[in-house]
Design a protein around this ligand. Sequence first.
Ligand SMILES: [Zn+2]
Length: 465
Amino acid sequence: MSATTSTTERRLLIKSATVLTMDPEYGDLTNGDILITGDRITAVGPDLTDRAPADAEVIDARGMIAIPGLIDTHMHAWQTPLKGLYAEGWTLDDYLSKVFYLREHFTPDDIYDATFSGSVQMLDAGVTGVLDFCHNVMSPEAADAGLRAHRLTGQRALFAFGMLGSFGAPPEDHAWRLEHVRRLHEEVNLGGDGLLRVGMALGSVEYGTLEQVTKEIGLARELGMRMSIHQNPPGQIHALHEAGLLGPDIVPAHANAASDGELAALAACGGGISFTPEGEFGGGGSMDILNRAHRIGAQPSLGIDTHTRVSIDLFAAMRLTYLLMRNVDADTERRAGRWPLTYSPDVPLIRPRHMLEFATVNAAAHLGLSDELGRLTPGRLADVVLVNTEPYGIALGDPAAHIVLQTTPRDVDTVIVGGQVRKQNGVLTDLDPTAAGAATRRVRERVFADAAAHGGPVPDFEPAR
Ligand SMILES: [Zn+2]
């Protein structure tokens, strides 16, 4: 990978941070600098003042922990304005009758506003990268609108184009999707700047057919495109494996019903799962999946899934995941009569740092960027988050534990994406949170009015002022 630069490129020097490179070779630096040139990290070390040009912009990061930008590998940004709608029952029936019922009332303008709102909130919360699983592409214009919103916010996004149309749609509904994806691949993946990419949100084996999914995977592989698939009922990873379709370029999301055999098949091909802990556990999903996946080697990454249930907060997702994995380990020990908690050699001792790996290193791999992203080392893309530990001070012990156990989005001081400062001193530099709020309200007004006009149930809400 080239880290060559021109003299006109912007230089940024982050000074005196606790740097968690997430790379075994570089380790942690207690008083470290990061030099960024253009969109890449060009040096990481104890004092880089002499290496930085005189015109470099300096960010004083004393009291801050520098981490690779967090990456959410399973998010439905189009659902952002439906915040809280699915928080009561948490059953699949609720989801289909409340959230998915409204899906077809979204116009391209709604997809644009919803995606914009979600992406701004993610950047504000230190989520520099996302796999946006957009299973609400009802027209080519809807996909174009989602892409336009991502282009405007400048988050590093893999826009996973939804292959699943209306339930019971005729086969023609599938054909245009494949054609449009091919066109977008040329426009965005081949003709773009790399910050935004198009991938594929495969129609599920559950709601589509294996024949359709096979076609989708064939096209994605022809184009070298990343894919994700919803894996809810048991047996779907097995079905893909049996059909010879499984590969590291497909990230199954949720996957809490996956068997050890399915996880082993994923691990064998270098794949992993995207897990959305709060959604799973709130919905009664299995608690031991992450421990099994981690032990078997099907490396997990994390996602928020849907704002209809929980906040856009990957710190909370990491914290919950850590506590749950630890709890599952403890349960194993207790059942074996080993108590108080004394780990046996075959029980993985989960540490907070594993969670940060899930949300950075593993997530970068799931986006197909394992050599480009997820670690703070020279040559990699400069997606960096500075977490402020002041005024109350850094936690004792591992600074990764401060990130996982002590941090909330409120502590996100600085967000850098591709070398561009997008948030500084706790404030977004070029995006307006109130515009994101207004976009959310516009979607609610339009979508609920359209649903009401078609005689459907509509949630109560406060109209825009
Ligand atoms: Zn999902």
